[in-house]
Design a protein around this ligand. Structure first.
Ligand code: PLP
Length: 405
């Protein structure tokens, strides 16, 4: 099945507008993806017709809202090959990782233990582990990458030891596009008796993810990068791990009973969902999952890969332009620097042409240090992008180069 991009583009109302008088070319979906009408409608429909708080009500609206939330859980769980009770709604990938660090981490990591991450992690998969290490006296160990932005698998394996309690790795790097061999990392990590957490924020929108096939222990992602609303994200975890973990946040909805002497918690996933959840966000996320399943993840991957190859070849022909990250396989994210032009200037010049890209450190400052640059310009491609978008990008980059020549 081929992706019908023209049809897809019509589903995204935001793409119909102009920016600075030019057709909008949106190349920043790695930061957050735009929303199809189906997602906007699902959120609006929920607020218009079914809104009430969930779980505690006995009246029709509350039961309907509960069904909306639980239906979303079913859809999301099946989308990633997990079970409903293993699928926890959180705010975003950041919160999902923090949940594991606080709950599993405090229970399972102690003085002298190690947590292994990689040099390409987003701050969301660095800082929670640093905080945990500081608190319990553990050590953060970093697996190196090579100059192409590929994880050094031998070094990763060598850094695993009986002291390692957890490896935490991104599935796809938001800066380099590197796709990590998660199943292989799971094998290595488990062989050493440790657990594997995967930050899937940049993977789920672009390729089929099956948490059991990957054999990871935790998988985290955000709804907003998956064409869903912002404010909702997902932590998937193995049931036996989640069951043995203490709650992360305490409050309403996560308890069976409360007395001043003792509180009993609900079963998973509710034990980890204190307070009123983002019900409308869940409605929107379910619609996003339906939307992507209808398009087919396989067709999406093929389309984006074509754009990656096309845009890479065209950008590589711009004099003075250097692409950072050439791992195989690679997702449709292209970070680049241009001799003599600061990435922020590139971003501003492109903006004048109606082209939205991201510039800066992309929340990967240690990676920037490894690459020896303070910042990059980053174009990221999604289901609604075309080869014409890549052409517009290259033309505008040429303009930037000429302006600074
Ligand atoms: N991990 C990766 C690889 C990301 O790219 C991002 C966001 O850019 C995050 C984690 C954090 O996502 P969020 O801000 O939605 O929590």
């Amino acid at each position: 099945m081929r992706l019908d991009v023209e049809r897809v583009r019509k589903d995204f109302p935001i793409l119909q507008q102009k920016s600075h008088g030019k057709p909008l070319v949106f190349l920043d979906s790695a930061a957050s993806a735009q929303k199809p009408q189906a997602v906007i409608d699902a959120v609006s429909e929920f607020y218009s017709r079914s809104y009430a708080n969930v779980h505690r009500g006995v009246y029709e609206l509350s039961l309907r809202a509960t069904e909306v939330l639980e239906n979303a859980r079913r859809k999301v769980a099946s989308f990633i090959g997990g079970e409903e009770r293993e699928t926890i709604f959180v705010r975003n990938a950041t919160e999902a990782i923090n949940l594991v660090a606080h709950s599993w981490g405090r229970q399972n990591v102690s003085r002298g233990d190690e947590i292994l991450i990689t040099h390409m992690e987003h701050h969301a998969n660095i800082v929670p582990w640093q905080l945990l290490c500081e608190e319990v006296g553990a050590r953060l160990v970093v697996a190196p990458i090579d100059d192409r932005g590929q994880l050094d698998l031998h070094a990763f394996e060598a850094l695993l030891s009986p002291r390692t309690r957890l490896a935490a790795v991104c599935h796809v790097s938001n800066t380099l596009g590197t796709v990590n061999p998660v199943a292989e990392l799971a094998r290595l990590t488990h062989a050493c008796g440790a657990r594997l957490l995967v930050d899937g924020a940049q993977a789920v929108p672009h390729q089929r993810v099956d948490v059991h096939g990957l054999d990871c222990d935790f998988y985290a992602f955000s709804g907003h990068k998956l064409y869903g609303p912002s404010g909702i994200g997902v932590l998937w975890g193995r049931a036996e791990l989640l069951e043995s973990m203490p709650p992360f946040l305490g409050g309403g909805d996560m308890i069976l009973s409360v007395s001043f002497e003792q509180t009993l918690y609900k079963e998973i996933p509710y034990k980890f969902e204190a307070g009123t959840p983002d019900i409308a966000g869940a409605a929107g996320l379910a619609a996003a999952v339906d939307y992507l399943e209808n398009l087919s993840l396989e067709a999406i991957s093929r389309h984006e890969h074509d754009l990656l190859e096309y845009a890479t070849a065209r950008l590589a022909s711009v004099p003075g332009l250097r692409i950072l990250g050439s791992a195989v396989p690679k997702a449709a994210v292209i970070s680049f620097v241009l001799a003599g032009v600061h990435p922020h200037d590139i971003g501003t010049i492109l903006d004048q042409q109606g082209i939205a890209i991201r510039t800066g450190h992309h929340c990967t400052q240690p990676l920037m240090q490894r690459l020896g640059v303070p910042a990059t310009a980053r174009a990221s491609f999604a289901i609604y992008n075309t080869r014409e978008d890549a052409d517009a990008l290259v033309e505008a980059v040429e303009t930037a180069r000429e302006m600074f020549a």
